[in-house]
Design a protein around this ligand. Sequence first.
Ligand SMILES: [Zn+2]
Length: 331
Amino acid sequence: MRCTTLSTLLMAAAAIAAAQPSEPARPPVIDVHVHTFGGIPGVGPMCPFNPQFLAADPSIKADQIGWAKQDCTDLLEPSKTPEEYMKAVLAEYERLNVTAVVMGDQKSVQKWKDAAPGRIIPGTSFDTGIGGGKYLPVEELRTAFTKGGFKVMGEVGLQYQGLSPSDPSVDAYFALAEELDIPVGIHMGTGGSGRANITMPKFRGSMGNPLLLEDLLARHPKLRVWIMHAGYPMIDQLLTLLQANAYLYVDVAGLIWSYPLKEVHNYIQRIVEAGFEDRVMFGTDQLVWPKLMAASISVIEGATYLSPQQKRDILYNNAARFLRLDKVDKK
Ligand SMILES: [Zn+2]
């Protein structure tokens, strides 16, 4: 009798457990700005929101990147190899319910896509994203988009070559993106901060001015462009361009963790309060630190000036609309 009661109770408990998942599903997030790097020489542990673009002296060897390890409670450890990085980042995507635009050379992006087909939107560019200066033939890129399954052109890193996105020498690539209706992510603004004279001699801050996109957009009126790093810190130029061009979006990648938190919030708040809340997309600029995703999501979730709806829009809805996610082939 007692045994029967116990088994009945156990069965009832099992039924309740089955009906109630142990953890509620997290709302989905789209990260529109992820790189396949992992294990970059010279890039070590990093304290987010705490840049160290300190003064240097030409007679002393300076830190190359400017994200030197400092004392903080949320120190992010880098992965040591691209494989370790991919595994750790994909585990975070499962935990945090993230879909990501992952960019890099076609081979490395394909590895990510194969490892997590449902979570990766593959992106590749005609340059390396940090301005290697060697560009793929246009037809090779066409094949990547028409036959290789690539959905996004990015990261276009012309600023690292000191080149304007409207430069005629690269126009054929943007003409291709317009023809194939492929969204394009262009690096503008922050990046190589304080390092132009140390590691990236061709980088020009002035080539990150969002208004340099005007001629390009005029030549290709149907091109779907997003300004990576939101053109930080050129807010006035950014707002001018957003107002003039209705198809433009921005991402807050890189910016969201590599400056003091107050500065990050001030910049995002200014864009949102100027009326462009539905054009801001979440991004990390994930390079080597797997835990960067959680730290970056917490910035948006903790923003006191954003309504719950605006947070969802930035973390998911705006990117889903821009990328036309309902039409993206997830196979
Ligand atoms: Zn960039």
